[in-house]
Design a binder for this molecule. Sequence first.
Ligand code: 4NP
Length: 165
Amino acid sequence: MSATVKVLFVCLGNICRSPTAHGVFLKKVQAAGLASRVEIDSAGTAAYHIGKAPDARSQRAAQQQGYDLSALRARQVTAEDFADFDYVLAMDHQNLSELRVLHASIESSARCTPQLFLSFLQAAGSPDEVPDPYYGGADGFKEVLRLCEEAADALLSDIRERHAL
Ligand code: 4NP
């Protein structure tokens, strides 16, 4: 059996942005027939919401575009995740700096360095962060979904090319 490529999406709470990225990317991977080759997970840098399902507003925005986030449960990212995952993808710069601290603590056994999820967007002027929608309105959740769909396509292309899938 071929080795799998493992992708971890990380935000602050693991109830809005990273579960959205997780659910969107999973559906795209399944549609590409790559579900047995790409493993996906998501986590938060904070512990506030461990064990919780995604925020109802994220679930609603996702459902409107055909994604089901209901089975996902929040967990906190650990340094050991860097020994396990090939891609650790931060939603914003704050997530990225916290991930860099964890990465530094196990650098010798890490499989990757953390990077911004939106770094896969190539177009000039593309944003580099998925904005935190938690304290805002429904439009913010729609924008998270839109950015995740765009970056998920770009990530899947990158993985297919890099790993010859
Ligand atoms: P997320 O959004 O990082 O995209 O899951 C947030 C969820 C919860 C909080 C902040 C952001 N919070 O402060 O509890």
